[in-house]
Design a protein around this ligand. Structure first.
Ligand code: NCD
Length: 299
């Protein structure tokens, strides 16, 4: 494969993908979602490594589910059980797996900017499963898919993204992708969680909950220096989707959250499985989305 062809099969982010390309992934996911048969081995004989240098439940398992449903050979790499513990770098780890003959790699890592550097130096397609607070393209794809399924079109859709914007790769990928389709994206966050690098408008919580899509973000406790949990109740008061606030949602509106959820912090526990919530359907949609992404990378 030429380097250009390989790069076109990689998925490092949505910022640089055009709307037509994103749409073709969503359409292909719809095709996969409709298949009654669980196993469609179009990737038989392909070896895929899932390289997670940061914890994950949904993303890792739904990639594995997608890969197995397409008949790929799947290898899972967890940093905690590897030579990373001996000090081996992420770069050397990826080059190691590449040397052994993987056909594609799915990767999640923390250090900012490292993914682009690795992608420059490997010859197999790479799929970003979340890099620091930069991008999480497959999450945003499944989010767009969920919205499109609900509303038919993304054009003119009002989407509020509420919470820890600064640390959120989900917010960034969604912002960049949704705008390509003419959706109106607004953020809502306390000052300490705003992202100075993003050009987007911030609205009040009262306004934010009147949108068509109310997307809550997890307060990223592991990325804050301790002070947040003490004031979880204050956060809930100011920025949580409480039962009280949920009464003001439009009847056609949907609640989203990439999960994991901090119940009773950014969203009240009773709302997680509310009829207007799409939190678990988002997870279901992640499988056909990742089938489409793996197929695009490998076939
Ligand atoms: C998100 C992530 O890891 O970026 N989770 C996910 O992949 N569904 C959001 C989060 O951790 O809050």
């Amino acid at each position: 494969m030429t380097t250009t062809a390989m790069k076109q099969r990689s998925l490092l982010g949505l910022k640089d993908l055009d709307a037509a390309e994103i749409e073709s992934i969503l359409d292909r996911a719809a095709y996969w979602e409709q298949q009654a048969v669980k196993l469609n081995p179009v990737l038989q004989g392909k070896f895929v490594a899932n390289m997670f240098f940061e914890n994950s439940t949904r993303t890792r398992f739904s990639f594995e589910m997608a890969q197995k449903r397409l008949g790929a050979e799947v290898m899972n790499f967890a940093a905690a059980a590897s030579s990373v513990e001996k000090g081996e770098s992420i770069y050397d780890t990826v080059k190691t797996l590449e040397s052994m003959g993987i056909d594609a790699g799915v990767i999640r890592l923390k250090p900012i900017g490292m993914l682009a550097e690795i992608a420059e130096n490997v010859k197999v397609p790479l799929i970003n499963a979340g890099d620091g607070n930069n991008e999480h393209p497959t999450q945003a794809l499944l989010d767009l898919y969920t919205m499109r399924k609900q509303f038919g079109s993304l054009k003119g859709l009002n989407v509020s993204i509420i919470g820890d914007i600064q640390h959120s790769r989900v917010a960034r990928s969604n912002l960049w992708a949704l705008r390509k389709f003419g959706a109106n994206v607004n953020f809502c966050a306390p000052d300490s969680m705003r992202a100075s690098d993003l050009d987007a408008s911030y609205i009040s919580m009262d306004e934010a909950i009147r949108a068509d899509v109310v997307m809550m973000l997890r307060v990223q406790l592991e990325r804050h220096a301790g002070s947040v949990m003490n004031s979880a109740e204050a956060y809930r008061e100011g920025y949580g989707l409480t039962i009280e606030r949920a009464k003001q949602l439009a009847s056609h509106a949907i609640i989203m959250h990439p999960a994991p959820v901090n119940r009773d912090v950014e969203i009240d526990s009773e709302l997680v499985e509310h009829p207007q919530s799409r939190i678990f359907p988002q997870m279901s949609n992640g499988v056909p989305i990742r089938m489409a992404v793996m197929e695009r990378a490998l076939s």
